[in-house]
Design a protein around this ligand. Structure first.
Ligand code: PLP
Length: 399
């Protein structure tokens, strides 16, 4: 039996064994509370501060600008709610129509208490236009939040250019870099961002630990209250093992980023080329060039409603892929909000398959996937002369 092929790194990534090794002591004997003054406490504090420096270094920040949170979702909530609350006014948040639910739902919540929300449109590639941001900046704005990389279609936004515009208007800029961090190089000073969200489990670190970069001098109010940990911005006894794992994952990602980006881009391009050759009914979503290295989203003309079955057939044949984001409604056959915002009609917006490759994927896995995919697609083709079950039997040979 062949080992399974995991092509769903945008949902989550396997823990790097080196990260697990780094975390080990803090799941065992090194159990101190970092706020305690004794030796056990001081050891935990030192480990947290090392990890803080490692995470800061991944994005060119100072260690004291990193606030650990329980997730990327919480970092997004803290960025927007914290900025609005600190302004002392209902305020105005400018964001895009293709953000993750962690941003969109926070905006919806803020709107309920009177905050004005503007959703910038995107073009067919998923790009926000600087002109639309400039127009939005004509009115008073509290914070602009635009994701660095989209989780569904993989498009990268021109963050440097967009954030620069907000600086001309003295407006805070936040970017959700949960999908981008560790995959493309990010430097908070080159990008001119004030707030940036991260999540460890998207870069081969543990789940349940995230961080918000907060530029020195940025006014932010907490959304969790208690003992005043994390400079008063995120009270709670720290998740020491998670933080240590995040630090180790960030250090590895920084070290290996350049080579990995080249390797994964080559895989992506090979898959894209083979898709257009062996499945002429396929079409790609997202920007052709400004995109995450290992990320491919595609649809199949005439088979949009078969995506769920295709995903199940691939799963049965040993390949894990996704239909849109792990937390989108797409699994229930609903159109993807991201694709609708990009101008696709209802039918097309139902039919997205996402492949997201990562550190432990190999060329052999790409080869095997490219053999399996056309068989899985053929099983559900409207022109298939055979029953899907015949093709599915053939697929079983791959397992
Ligand atoms: N933002 C983006 C763009 C994401 O893709 C995700 C997770 O899928 C999140 C935020 C939420 O991160 P977490 O899973 O750590 O809450």
């Amino acid at each position: 039996m062949n080992p399974r092929i995991y092509f769903d790194h945008s949902a989550t990534t396997p823990l790097d064994p080196r990260v697990l090794t780094a975390m080990g002591p803090f799941l065992g004997g090194a159990f101190g509370n970092p706020s305690s003054l004794h030796q056990e406490g001081r050891a935990a504090r030192a480990a947290i501060e090392t990890a803080r420096a490692q995470v800061a270094s991944l994005i060119g920040a100072e260690p004291e600008e990193i606030i650990f949170t329980a997730s990327g979702t919480e970092a997004d909530n803290l960025a927007l709610m914290g900025a609005v609350r600190a302004s002392g006014r209902p305020g105005h948040v400018v964001t895009t129509s293709i953000e993750h639910a962690a941003i969109l739902e926070t905006c919806r919540f803020l709107a309920g208490s009177g905050t004005k929300i503007t959703h910038l449109p995107v073009d067919a590639d998923g790009l926000v236009s600087p002109q639309s941001l400039l127009r939005a900046l004509q009115s008073q704005v509290t914070v602009v939040s635009i994701m660095a990389a989209n989780n569904v279609v993989g498009t990268l936004q021109p963050i440097e250019e967009l954030a620069h515009l907000t600086k001309l208007h003295d407006v805070l800029f936040h970017t959700d870099a949960v999908q981008a961090a560790g995959k493309i190089s990010l430097d908070v000073n080159r990008l001119h961002v004030d707030l940036l969200s991260l999540s460890a489990h998207k870069l081969h670190g543990p789940k349940g630990i995230g961080a918000l970069y907060v530029r020195k001098g940025t006014r932010l109010s907490p959304i969790v209250f208690g003992g005043g940990q994390e400079r008063g911005l995120r009270s709670a006894t720290e998740n020491v093992a998670g933080i240590v794992g995040f630090g180790a994952a960030a250090a590895i990602a920084r070290e290996e980023l350049a080579d990995e980006a080249i390797r994964l881009t080559e895989f992506r391009e090979r898959i894209a080329k083979e898709l257009s050759r062996s499945l002429p009914q396929s079409y790609l979503f997202g920007h052709p060039v400004h995109r995450l290295p290992g990320h491919i989203s595609f649809g199949l003309r005439g088979q949009e409603r078969e995506v769920g079955k295709l995903l199940a057939a691939l799963d049965a044949a040993g390949v894990a892929v996704s239909a849109g984001s792990a937390c989108s409604a797409n699994h229930s056959g609903e159109p993807s909000g991201v694709l609708l915002a990009m101008g696709y009609d209802d039918e097309r917006a139902r039919g997205l398959l996402r492949l997201s490759l990562g550190r432990f994927n190999t060329e052999q896995e790409v080869d095997r996937f490219l053999e399996i995919l056309p068989c899985a697609v053929a099983a559900f083709s409207p022109t298939n002369r055979y029953e899907p079950s015949h093709s599915l039997e053939a697929l079983a040979n791959f397992v």
